[in-house]
Write a new protein. Structure first.
Length: 401
Protein backbone atom coordinates (compact mmCIF):
# COMPACT_ATOMS: atom_id res chain seq x y z
CA UNK A 1 0.00 0.00 0.00
CA UNK A 2 2.82 2.41 0.85
CA UNK A 3 4.39 1.74 -2.55
CA UNK A 4 1.09 2.51 -4.28
CA UNK A 5 0.74 5.67 -2.25
CA UNK A 6 4.27 6.73 -3.17
CA UNK A 7 3.49 6.20 -6.85
CA UNK A 8 0.30 8.22 -6.52
CA UNK A 9 2.14 11.01 -4.75
CA UNK A 10 4.76 11.04 -7.50
CA UNK A 11 2.04 11.35 -10.09
CA UNK A 12 0.41 14.05 -8.00
CA UNK A 13 3.58 16.10 -7.90
CA UNK A 14 4.54 15.57 -11.53
CA UNK A 15 4.17 18.54 -13.83
CA UNK A 16 1.76 17.52 -16.51
CA UNK A 17 0.84 20.58 -18.53
CA UNK A 18 1.54 19.58 -22.10
CA UNK A 19 3.25 22.56 -23.65
CA UNK A 20 6.15 23.21 -25.98
CA UNK A 21 5.24 20.49 -28.48
CA UNK A 22 7.95 20.45 -31.13
CA UNK A 23 8.10 17.88 -33.97
CA UNK A 24 11.61 17.22 -35.24
CA UNK A 25 10.66 15.52 -38.53
CA UNK A 26 7.76 15.16 -40.93
CA UNK A 27 4.92 12.85 -39.90
CA UNK A 28 5.82 10.38 -42.64
CA UNK A 29 9.46 10.28 -41.55
CA UNK A 30 8.34 9.81 -37.95
CA UNK A 31 6.20 6.79 -38.90
CA UNK A 32 9.22 5.24 -40.60
CA UNK A 33 11.63 5.97 -37.76
CA UNK A 34 9.27 4.80 -34.99
CA UNK A 35 9.01 1.35 -36.57
CA UNK A 36 12.31 0.36 -34.95
CA UNK A 37 11.03 1.43 -31.53
CA UNK A 38 7.82 -0.54 -32.00
CA UNK A 39 9.64 -3.68 -33.12
CA UNK A 40 12.00 -3.50 -30.14
CA UNK A 41 8.90 -3.34 -27.91
CA UNK A 42 7.54 -6.58 -29.36
CA UNK A 43 5.39 -5.31 -32.20
CA UNK A 44 5.80 -7.27 -35.41
CA UNK A 45 6.77 -5.44 -38.58
CA UNK A 46 3.56 -6.63 -40.23
CA UNK A 47 1.37 -5.36 -37.38
CA UNK A 48 3.11 -2.00 -37.37
CA UNK A 49 2.95 -1.46 -41.09
CA UNK A 50 -0.69 -2.53 -41.32
CA UNK A 51 -1.62 -0.23 -38.43
CA UNK A 52 0.23 2.78 -39.84
CA UNK A 53 -0.49 2.29 -43.54
CA UNK A 54 -1.85 5.51 -45.06
CA UNK A 55 -1.92 7.07 -41.59
CA UNK A 56 -2.27 10.83 -41.46
CA UNK A 57 -1.96 13.11 -38.41
CA UNK A 58 -5.00 14.50 -36.62
CA UNK A 59 -4.88 18.18 -37.52
CA UNK A 60 -6.46 19.67 -34.39
CA UNK A 61 -4.39 17.78 -31.81
CA UNK A 62 -1.60 20.39 -31.47
CA UNK A 63 -4.21 22.97 -30.48
CA UNK A 64 -5.88 20.57 -28.06
CA UNK A 65 -2.53 19.85 -26.43
CA UNK A 66 -2.06 23.54 -25.70
CA UNK A 67 -5.58 24.21 -24.45
CA UNK A 68 -6.55 21.37 -22.13
CA UNK A 69 -9.23 23.01 -19.94
CA UNK A 70 -8.31 21.14 -16.77
CA UNK A 71 -4.96 22.94 -16.88
CA UNK A 72 -5.93 26.31 -18.40
CA UNK A 73 -9.10 27.44 -16.60
CA UNK A 74 -9.76 28.30 -12.94
CA UNK A 75 -10.79 25.24 -10.97
CA UNK A 76 -14.25 26.64 -10.19
CA UNK A 77 -14.98 27.32 -13.87
CA UNK A 78 -14.02 23.76 -14.71
CA UNK A 79 -16.16 22.31 -11.89
CA UNK A 80 -19.19 24.50 -12.63
CA UNK A 81 -19.18 23.41 -16.26
CA UNK A 82 -18.73 19.71 -15.61
CA UNK A 83 -20.76 19.29 -12.45
CA UNK A 84 -23.77 21.11 -13.84
CA UNK A 85 -27.38 20.65 -12.78
CA UNK A 86 -28.17 18.89 -16.06
CA UNK A 87 -25.23 16.48 -15.71
CA UNK A 88 -26.24 15.68 -12.14
CA UNK A 89 -29.83 15.01 -13.25
CA UNK A 90 -28.74 12.84 -16.19
CA UNK A 91 -26.32 11.02 -13.92
CA UNK A 92 -29.00 10.12 -11.40
CA UNK A 93 -31.14 8.75 -14.22
CA UNK A 94 -28.27 6.79 -15.78
CA UNK A 95 -27.21 5.43 -12.40
CA UNK A 96 -30.76 4.32 -11.57
CA UNK A 97 -31.13 2.64 -14.96
CA UNK A 98 -27.98 0.58 -14.32
CA UNK A 99 -28.08 0.28 -10.54
CA UNK A 100 -27.78 -3.53 -10.47
CA UNK A 101 -24.67 -3.39 -12.67
CA UNK A 102 -23.08 -0.65 -10.56
CA UNK A 103 -23.79 -2.52 -7.34
CA UNK A 104 -22.36 -5.75 -8.74
CA UNK A 105 -19.15 -4.06 -9.87
CA UNK A 106 -18.89 -2.21 -6.55
CA UNK A 107 -19.30 -5.44 -4.58
CA UNK A 108 -16.70 -7.22 -6.69
CA UNK A 109 -14.00 -4.54 -6.50
CA UNK A 110 -14.89 -2.48 -3.44
CA UNK A 111 -15.06 0.78 -5.39
CA UNK A 112 -17.75 3.35 -4.58
CA UNK A 113 -20.34 2.95 -7.37
CA UNK A 114 -20.96 6.70 -7.33
CA UNK A 115 -17.28 7.29 -8.14
CA UNK A 116 -17.58 4.96 -11.13
CA UNK A 117 -20.78 6.70 -12.24
CA UNK A 118 -19.07 10.07 -11.87
CA UNK A 119 -16.08 9.01 -13.98
CA UNK A 120 -18.54 7.76 -16.59
CA UNK A 121 -20.31 11.11 -16.58
CA UNK A 122 -17.13 13.17 -16.63
CA UNK A 123 -15.44 11.18 -19.37
CA UNK A 124 -18.21 10.55 -21.90
CA UNK A 125 -21.36 12.19 -20.47
CA UNK A 126 -22.70 8.75 -19.57
CA UNK A 127 -21.77 7.33 -22.97
CA UNK A 128 -23.43 10.17 -24.85
CA UNK A 129 -20.37 11.18 -26.88
CA UNK A 130 -19.22 7.72 -27.94
CA UNK A 131 -20.91 7.98 -31.34
CA UNK A 132 -19.63 11.50 -32.00
CA UNK A 133 -17.06 11.02 -34.75
CA UNK A 134 -15.74 14.53 -34.23
CA UNK A 135 -14.60 13.51 -30.75
CA UNK A 136 -14.09 9.76 -31.05
CA UNK A 137 -11.51 8.67 -33.63
CA UNK A 138 -9.13 5.74 -34.24
CA UNK A 139 -6.53 6.12 -31.52
CA UNK A 140 -3.54 4.86 -33.51
CA UNK A 141 -3.70 8.07 -35.53
CA UNK A 142 -4.27 10.17 -32.41
CA UNK A 143 -1.43 8.63 -30.42
CA UNK A 144 0.94 8.73 -33.40
CA UNK A 145 0.15 12.43 -33.77
CA UNK A 146 0.88 13.02 -30.08
CA UNK A 147 4.21 11.18 -30.24
CA UNK A 148 5.13 13.08 -33.40
CA UNK A 149 4.33 16.36 -31.61
CA UNK A 150 6.81 15.44 -28.85
CA UNK A 151 4.90 17.13 -26.07
CA UNK A 152 6.33 17.02 -22.54
CA UNK A 153 4.79 13.58 -21.96
CA UNK A 154 6.71 12.00 -24.84
CA UNK A 155 7.69 8.79 -23.02
CA UNK A 156 4.14 8.28 -21.77
CA UNK A 157 2.73 8.92 -25.26
CA UNK A 158 5.16 6.43 -26.78
CA UNK A 159 4.11 3.88 -24.17
CA UNK A 160 0.44 4.38 -25.04
CA UNK A 161 1.08 4.05 -28.79
CA UNK A 162 2.94 0.77 -28.20
CA UNK A 163 0.11 -0.42 -25.94
CA UNK A 164 -2.47 0.38 -28.62
CA UNK A 165 -0.43 -1.57 -31.17
CA UNK A 166 -0.35 -4.52 -28.74
CA UNK A 167 -4.14 -4.39 -28.48
CA UNK A 168 -4.24 -4.84 -32.25
CA UNK A 169 -1.53 -7.47 -32.40
CA UNK A 170 -2.56 -9.70 -29.51
CA UNK A 171 -6.15 -8.94 -28.53
CA UNK A 172 -8.06 -8.88 -31.79
CA UNK A 173 -8.67 -5.15 -32.13
CA UNK A 174 -8.54 -3.48 -35.55
CA UNK A 175 -7.13 -0.02 -36.14
CA UNK A 176 -10.52 1.19 -37.44
CA UNK A 177 -12.48 -0.04 -34.39
CA UNK A 178 -9.89 0.81 -31.74
CA UNK A 179 -11.35 4.26 -31.18
CA UNK A 180 -11.24 6.84 -28.42
CA UNK A 181 -10.41 10.40 -27.53
CA UNK A 182 -7.70 12.56 -29.09
CA UNK A 183 -5.49 11.57 -26.14
CA UNK A 184 -6.01 7.86 -26.79
CA UNK A 185 -8.50 7.02 -24.02
CA UNK A 186 -11.01 4.28 -24.81
CA UNK A 187 -14.65 3.59 -24.04
CA UNK A 188 -17.35 4.72 -21.62
CA UNK A 189 -14.86 5.52 -18.85
CA UNK A 190 -11.96 6.47 -21.13
CA UNK A 191 -9.31 3.98 -20.04
CA UNK A 192 -5.90 4.52 -21.59
CA UNK A 193 -4.50 1.75 -23.79
CA UNK A 194 -1.89 0.60 -21.26
CA UNK A 195 -4.58 0.54 -18.57
CA UNK A 196 -6.76 -1.60 -20.81
CA UNK A 197 -3.86 -4.00 -21.42
CA UNK A 198 -3.26 -4.44 -17.69
CA UNK A 199 -6.77 -4.16 -16.31
CA UNK A 200 -9.13 -4.98 -19.17
CA UNK A 201 -12.01 -7.00 -17.70
CA UNK A 202 -14.95 -8.83 -19.22
CA UNK A 203 -17.67 -7.28 -17.09
CA UNK A 204 -20.65 -8.74 -18.95
CA UNK A 205 -19.31 -12.29 -19.40
CA UNK A 206 -19.59 -12.40 -23.18
CA UNK A 207 -15.96 -13.44 -23.64
CA UNK A 208 -14.98 -10.09 -25.20
CA UNK A 209 -13.42 -7.08 -23.51
CA UNK A 210 -14.65 -3.91 -25.19
CA UNK A 211 -15.18 -0.86 -22.94
CA UNK A 212 -16.44 1.10 -25.95
CA UNK A 213 -19.45 -1.09 -26.67
CA UNK A 214 -20.00 -2.55 -23.18
CA UNK A 215 -20.66 -0.39 -20.12
CA UNK A 216 -20.11 -3.45 -17.92
CA UNK A 217 -16.64 -3.99 -19.39
CA UNK A 218 -15.82 -0.31 -18.95
CA UNK A 219 -16.93 -0.15 -15.31
CA UNK A 220 -15.18 -3.39 -14.37
CA UNK A 221 -12.00 -2.27 -16.11
CA UNK A 222 -12.00 1.14 -14.44
CA UNK A 223 -12.77 -0.37 -11.04
CA UNK A 224 -9.86 -2.78 -11.37
CA UNK A 225 -7.67 0.08 -12.60
CA UNK A 226 -8.56 2.23 -9.57
CA UNK A 227 -7.76 -0.65 -7.22
CA UNK A 228 -4.40 -1.14 -8.95
CA UNK A 229 -3.65 2.55 -8.28
CA UNK A 230 -4.24 2.06 -4.55
CA UNK A 231 -7.96 2.70 -4.08
CA UNK A 232 -9.04 1.90 -0.50
CA UNK A 233 -12.51 0.44 -0.16
CA UNK A 234 -14.83 2.21 2.24
CA UNK A 235 -12.76 5.41 2.43
CA UNK A 236 -14.21 8.69 1.18
CA UNK A 237 -12.26 10.89 -1.26
CA UNK A 238 -12.05 13.74 1.26
CA UNK A 239 -13.90 16.28 3.36
CA UNK A 240 -14.61 19.99 3.03
CA UNK A 241 -13.34 21.72 6.16
CA UNK A 242 -13.09 25.06 7.93
CA UNK A 243 -9.78 26.32 9.30
CA UNK A 244 -9.38 28.39 12.46
CA UNK A 245 -8.00 31.92 12.44
CA UNK A 246 -4.19 32.13 12.39
CA UNK A 247 -3.94 28.58 11.02
CA UNK A 248 -0.49 27.53 9.83
CA UNK A 249 -0.98 27.21 6.07
CA UNK A 250 2.43 25.60 5.66
CA UNK A 251 0.69 22.41 6.77
CA UNK A 252 -1.07 22.36 3.40
CA UNK A 253 1.57 20.11 1.86
CA UNK A 254 0.95 17.39 -0.68
CA UNK A 255 4.01 15.35 0.20
CA UNK A 256 3.01 14.22 3.69
CA UNK A 257 -0.23 12.58 4.77
CA UNK A 258 -1.22 12.79 8.43
CA UNK A 259 -4.11 11.29 10.44
CA UNK A 260 -7.23 13.45 10.59
CA UNK A 261 -6.71 13.68 14.34
CA UNK A 262 -3.56 15.77 13.70
CA UNK A 263 -5.63 18.46 12.00
CA UNK A 264 -8.54 18.23 14.44
CA UNK A 265 -6.12 19.00 17.26
CA UNK A 266 -5.19 22.20 15.38
CA UNK A 267 -8.79 23.34 15.17
CA UNK A 268 -9.78 22.00 11.75
CA UNK A 269 -13.47 21.09 11.54
CA UNK A 270 -15.79 19.65 8.93
CA UNK A 271 -18.24 22.13 7.47
CA UNK A 272 -21.83 22.33 8.70
CA UNK A 273 -20.96 20.65 12.00
CA UNK A 274 -20.43 17.24 10.41
CA UNK A 275 -18.26 14.68 12.20
CA UNK A 276 -15.29 12.71 10.93
CA UNK A 277 -16.04 9.00 10.96
CA UNK A 278 -12.45 7.86 11.55
CA UNK A 279 -9.83 10.19 13.02
CA UNK A 280 -7.08 7.73 12.06
CA UNK A 281 -7.65 8.14 8.32
CA UNK A 282 -4.56 9.66 6.68
CA UNK A 283 -5.15 12.89 4.77
CA UNK A 284 -3.44 15.99 3.42
CA UNK A 285 -4.73 19.55 3.45
CA UNK A 286 -5.61 20.95 0.03
CA UNK A 287 -6.34 24.65 -0.47
CA UNK A 288 -7.04 25.12 -4.20
CA UNK A 289 -8.26 28.73 -4.10
CA UNK A 290 -6.59 30.43 -1.18
CA UNK A 291 -7.77 31.35 2.28
CA UNK A 292 -11.21 32.55 1.14
CA UNK A 293 -12.11 29.52 -1.00
CA UNK A 294 -13.13 25.94 -0.16
CA UNK A 295 -10.59 23.86 1.76
CA UNK A 296 -10.33 20.10 1.96
CA UNK A 297 -8.73 17.22 3.82
CA UNK A 298 -8.00 14.70 1.06
CA UNK A 299 -7.51 10.95 1.45
CA UNK A 300 -5.44 8.54 -0.60
CA UNK A 301 -8.49 7.91 -2.78
CA UNK A 302 -8.29 11.49 -4.03
CA UNK A 303 -4.70 10.76 -5.08
CA UNK A 304 -6.01 7.72 -6.94
CA UNK A 305 -8.41 9.97 -8.88
CA UNK A 306 -5.42 12.21 -9.63
CA UNK A 307 -3.57 9.20 -10.99
CA UNK A 308 -6.55 8.37 -13.23
CA UNK A 309 -6.24 11.89 -14.66
CA UNK A 310 -3.40 14.14 -13.48
CA UNK A 311 -5.52 17.28 -13.08
CA UNK A 312 -6.73 18.54 -9.70
CA UNK A 313 -9.68 20.15 -11.47
CA UNK A 314 -10.64 16.77 -12.90
CA UNK A 315 -10.15 14.83 -9.67
CA UNK A 316 -12.13 17.28 -7.56
CA UNK A 317 -14.89 17.36 -10.19
CA UNK A 318 -15.18 13.56 -10.14
CA UNK A 319 -15.26 13.58 -6.34
CA UNK A 320 -17.86 16.34 -6.20
CA UNK A 321 -20.06 14.85 -8.92
CA UNK A 322 -20.04 11.53 -7.04
CA UNK A 323 -21.34 13.31 -3.94
CA UNK A 324 -23.99 15.16 -5.94
CA UNK A 325 -25.19 11.86 -7.44
CA UNK A 326 -25.65 10.65 -3.86
CA UNK A 327 -27.80 13.68 -3.07
CA UNK A 328 -25.28 16.00 -1.40
CA UNK A 329 -25.27 19.72 -2.10
CA UNK A 330 -22.73 22.20 -3.41
CA UNK A 331 -19.53 23.09 -1.57
CA UNK A 332 -20.20 25.20 1.51
CA UNK A 333 -17.52 27.85 1.02
CA UNK A 334 -17.82 30.00 -2.12
CA UNK A 335 -15.12 30.13 -4.76
CA UNK A 336 -13.33 33.48 -5.23
CA UNK A 337 -14.77 33.90 -8.70
CA UNK A 338 -13.71 37.53 -9.10
CA UNK A 339 -10.04 36.57 -8.93
CA UNK A 340 -7.80 37.72 -11.78
CA UNK A 341 -4.81 35.62 -12.80
CA UNK A 342 -1.41 36.44 -14.34
CA UNK A 343 -0.71 35.67 -17.98
CA UNK A 344 2.18 33.47 -19.10
CA UNK A 345 4.72 36.30 -19.19
CA UNK A 346 3.67 37.39 -15.70
CA UNK A 347 3.80 33.81 -14.38
CA UNK A 348 7.36 33.48 -15.66
CA UNK A 349 8.25 36.73 -13.91
CA UNK A 350 6.73 35.43 -10.66
CA UNK A 351 8.96 32.36 -10.79
CA UNK A 352 12.05 34.39 -11.66
CA UNK A 353 11.40 36.82 -8.81
CA UNK A 354 10.77 34.02 -6.31
CA UNK A 355 14.01 32.43 -7.45
CA UNK A 356 15.87 35.72 -6.99
CA UNK A 357 14.46 36.01 -3.49
CA UNK A 358 15.61 32.49 -2.62
CA UNK A 359 12.22 30.82 -2.32
CA UNK A 360 12.01 28.90 -5.60
CA UNK A 361 14.43 26.39 -7.12
CA UNK A 362 12.30 24.83 -9.84
CA UNK A 363 12.02 25.41 -13.59
CA UNK A 364 11.12 28.89 -14.82
CA UNK A 365 8.43 27.83 -17.26
CA UNK A 366 5.28 29.67 -16.17
CA UNK A 367 3.65 26.53 -14.76
CA UNK A 368 2.29 27.39 -11.36
CA UNK A 369 2.24 23.93 -9.82
CA UNK A 370 2.80 22.75 -6.25
CA UNK A 371 6.50 23.75 -6.15
CA UNK A 372 5.79 27.35 -7.20
CA UNK A 373 2.80 27.54 -4.87
CA UNK A 374 4.92 26.36 -1.94
CA UNK A 375 7.58 28.95 -2.78
CA UNK A 376 4.97 31.70 -2.91
CA UNK A 377 3.51 30.49 0.39
CA UNK A 378 6.94 30.86 1.99
CA UNK A 379 7.28 34.34 0.50
CA UNK A 380 3.86 35.31 1.88
CA UNK A 381 4.70 34.03 5.36
CA UNK A 382 8.02 35.87 5.38
CA UNK A 383 6.20 39.10 4.61
CA UNK A 384 3.50 38.78 7.26
CA UNK A 385 0.80 37.53 4.89
CA UNK A 386 -1.32 34.40 5.14
CA UNK A 387 0.79 31.79 3.39
CA UNK A 388 -1.97 30.12 1.40
CA UNK A 389 0.19 29.91 -1.77
CA UNK A 390 -2.66 31.14 -3.96
CA UNK A 391 -1.03 32.92 -6.91
CA UNK A 392 -3.11 35.63 -8.53
CA UNK A 393 -2.53 38.77 -10.58
CA UNK A 394 -2.12 40.59 -7.28
CA UNK A 395 0.79 38.24 -6.50
CA UNK A 396 2.54 39.51 -9.61
CA UNK A 397 1.94 43.11 -8.60
CA UNK A 398 3.28 42.48 -5.09
CA UNK A 399 6.42 40.79 -6.40
CA UNK A 400 6.99 43.62 -8.89
CA UNK A 401 7.25 45.98 -5.93
Amino acid sequence: MLKKLTIALFLFLSSVMALNAAPIESFGDFIKSFEKTAISAGISKQTYRNATKNLTPIANIPGLVRSQPEFTTPIWVYIDKRVSASRIARGKQAFAANVELFNRIAKTYGVDPAILASIWGMETDYGGVLNNKKLIKPIIASLATLVHQRRDRLKEDEKELIAALKLIQSYGWEKETLVGSWAGAIGHTQVIASGLLKNGTDGDGDGIINPHTSLADALATSAKFLVSLGYVSGVDWGFEVDLPNNFDYSLATRTKLRPIDFFVNKGVKRVKGREFSDLNTFVFLYIPAGKTGPKFLMTQNYLVLKAYNFSDSYALSVAHLADRLKGSGAFTSPWPKQTKFPNLKQRIYIQKRLKQLGFYDGEVDGRLGPITQKAYSQFQSSNGQTGDGFITLKSYEILKK
